[in-house]
Design a protein around this ligand. Structure first.
Ligand SMILES: C[S@@+](CC[C@H](N)C(=O)[O-])C[C@H]1O[C@@H](n2cnc3c(N)ncnc32)[C@H](O)[C@@H]1O
Length: 406
């Protein structure tokens, strides 16, 4: 096992306190000293996975179109603050702030963009600050992409008709799983309607930190929206009886795996988001859901088709053109990132009809004459038919790609 200090911290915690919950394990493995996010640089051509902002700048450009409409709906306030939580390298922040100037100079002047992360990487495309305390009382939008899937989850197993929580212990040689009664009543509360249908051996995950996250969102946002994008489902689908092994996945050196106890501190651990739980938490915190759709549909509503047409027709050299088309198409691939969900929640906003959710108000789909293009350092170039971020994939940097033969 590598990644010494995360493993050491976990062993130490188990020796001191006994078995720990999977959420406690995941917290240290990802965000403790020597943890995956604390010490690594996972989203890059030589990292473990890619995300929509690293696949193509159109993702940020189309979110900028949606933010512009939100600004107009609020009467063009100045400042209009966007707080992006879990901003990683700041690639999305860079793409959005660049494209905002193309859309509307007045909006660009009004926009105050704050990128935050619990573990800001050393290499950044836009200044990303360590999240300590978010500003309060803002007017604007709280934005996140693939934040919630990276939060620690509890794991459960149905065994002999009873609900147990999976804890992590140590057998003297290696980390092992043991079953104990649930550490929090939330697990049973959320599962109650489904428990009778779940077969023996059924495993799943649950993020018990959503209420805390949502109430923090409410403390930050006075007026506006929270927009969150991630992979996941509504609860009846997430806990369907045939999804017997849950959604927990690991990413290690471009390879998808399912053993979270291996490579501690060196591999990513992630689980699908329960969007019903997000909605419930946001509701309690004083937000109202005002949009829920797939990423593909969201981007189509905002105008990605017109950008794809322009990319296809572009006279640029072949490898770069192909890379742009592939990157842009990956954003709407129904088997990949296009199948992610986009959810919007409003707070203290009288009318929240947003173009991304097919509720046109002021902004209809954007017509792109010059879509933004991949940039060498900020984006990665997908290759071949690998559109999905959830599988083993190959990427090149644009520099490598420009040395390809057409
Ligand atoms: C899967 S990465 C996504 C990064 C980026 N949003 C993107 O789409 O490329 C998840 C990011 O969320 C950050 N993160 C996880 N929990 C967080 C929290 N509670 N507050 C702020 N950032 C968090 C991680 O450090 C990591 O940078």
């Amino acid at each position: 096992m590598t990644g010494g200090s995360a493993s050491d911290s976990i062993r130490h915690a188990i020796t001191e306190h006994g078995p720990i919950t999977f959420a406690e394990f995941m917290e240290v493995a990802l965000y403790g000293p020597g943890g995956y996010y604390t010490s690594g640089s996972p989203i890059s051509a030589d990292g473990d996975y890619f995300t929509s902002p690293s696949a193509h700048p159109l993702f940020g450009a189309l979110i900028a179109v949606q933010l512009h409409e939100m600004w107009q709906l609020l009467g063009s306030p100045e400042p209009f603050t966007v707080i992006e939580e879990g901003a990683g390298h700041g690639g999305l922040a860079a793409d959005i702030t660049e494209y905002v100037a193309v859309i509307d100079k007045q909006f660009a002047t009004a926009l105050r963009y704050v990128a935050l992360d619990i573990a800001p990487p050393a290499q950044q495309h836009y200044p990303v600050s360590l999240i300590t305390e978010s500003p309060t009382g803002i007017t604007g939008c709280l934005l996140s992409n693939e934040l919630l899937d990276a939060m620690p989850v509890h794991r459960f197993e149905v065994s002999n008709g009873e609900l147990h929580e999976i804890f992590i212990s140590h057998d003297g040689e290696k980390l092992v799983e043991i079953l104990q009664p649930p550490s929090t009543p939330i697990i049973e509360e959320r599962l109650r309607p489904y428990l009778a249908y779940l077969p023996d051996g059924y495993r799943g995950e649950m993020n018990a930190g959503l209420d805390t996250w949502a109430s923090r969102q409410a403390g930050t946002l006075d007026r506006g929206w929270a927009l969150t994008i991630d992979y996941g489902f509504e609860r009846p689908v997430l806990y369907r009886s045939d999804r017997t092994s849950g959604s927990l996945r690991t990413y290690y050196q471009h390879t998808l795996g399912q053993d979270p106890l291996k490579h501690t501190g060196d591999q990513d651990i992630t689980a699908h988001v329960d969007f019903t739980a997000v909605e419930e938490a946001m509701d309690i915190a004083g937000f109202r859901i005002c949009g829920f759709t797939t990423q593909a549909e969201f981007l189509v509503q905002l105008g990605i088709e017109s950008a794809l047409d322009q990319l296809r027709a572009a006279p640029s050299p072949r490898p770069a053109k192909r890379a742009n088309e592939l990157g842009a198409r990956s954003l709407v691939d129904p088997e990949g990132m296009g199948g992610f969900r986009v959810a919007a929640y409003s707070r203290n906003v009288p009318e929240s009809r947003l173009t991304g959710f097919g509720q046109h108000t002021q902004t209809a789909a954007r017509q792109f004459s010059q879509p933004p293009l991949l940039s060498p350092r900020r984006h990665i170039a997908l290759r071949g038919s690998q559109l999905s971020g959830s599988a083993h994939f190959e990427v090149q940097t644009l520099d490598e790609l420009s040395s390809d033969r057409p």
